[in-house]
Design a protein around this ligand. Sequence first.
Ligand code: ZN
Length: 407
Amino acid sequence: MHFHPLATAILAFSVVGAAHAEAPGADAAARALARDALIVDTHIDAPGMLLDTWADLGEAAPDREFDYPRARAGGLDVAFMSIYTSAGQDAAGTAREIAHRQIDAVEALTARHPDRFAILRSPRDVESLRVAADGTPRVLLPLGMENAGPIEEDLSLLRLFFDRGVRYITLAHSAANRVADSSYAAERRWNGLSPFGREVIAEMNRLGIMVDVSHVSDAAAEQAIALSTVPVIASHSAFRHFTPDFERNISDEIALAIAEKGGVVQVPFGTAFVDPRAAANTQAYFRAIGEFDARNAERKAAGQPLEDRAAFNAAWDAAHPKLETPLESVLVQIDHGVQLLGIDHVGIGSDFDGVGGELATGLRDVSDFPNLIAGLQARGYSDTDIRKILGGNLLRVWAEIEAGAAR
Ligand SMILES: [Zn+2]
């Protein structure tokens, strides 16, 4: 989740019809590789949308960017379901409950379609789960928690969410929380990690939960990478190289620290991150919504009526029209990552269902991975290297983190 959830539901309807007409046609070689390769997407915001508006994602759900038929058409095998809670929900004390409800929604999906979906708890289970007993290919659904708000200040909750399937945690989202500072908020409560945040990372290492430094401040990312005894990931971060003053995108220095520790940077498809013009708008939005949420928190504490968040977001959207961002923008990001870090440290974390439909042309939903593959092939990447980017790297890192937990 990168943008405001209320606008997400509204905007999604407006882009679905145009998505495929604009996409460049992927050739047969790209489609064949999409089918054969293990594709792992580390960030899809479907669970939050399920709570906003129910849909059966085992069938065609055209108002979403993730559903089973399109995942299969795109060759997607492992789709990390984002268990996202906002800074506002954390402040309101509802983050834990909302996280549980989102996990319930993913469990309901797998229960309704056991032949099509399964929750993935370990990279070792990919091969045994990826095809159902009747031969139906499954889309596997590991859980990634975006914002550590739901663990409150209680390591037993961290263990509880691990038991429910959470396998990465993005330490913070749009504001400082009990664990870490955010890249978006002016407030730097901890100058990086909190004392509790340091305990959280040690416990995540012990359990085998991946530490995700997307969204956090530079200081928090640096401290988390230094503190972790195993590789860390950035589950959905573009490169700041292209957006110099945008802290949400990862600096070359921090990306190199991730790679040196054996981790991986997962490139998103959202216009707001891969397009410098949109990145400037995003940065301004998160400052504005952070101030809005702070005002509402004060109002709530004072027993006053709250300002309307939907109206705020609608006014923002009206003042900031959507930009057209070519697929090339994502390929350029991947190129930069590969040149900087090497082929073993770059992957993909789309942010589908999390950016209000504001995605690069040709990468509008989970059926579009062949377009990305065709673009990489056109740039001269070998199929072996493309397989690493599509999922091989992430699965290697996850296995290392799991092995670290066993030690
Ligand atoms: Zn996000």
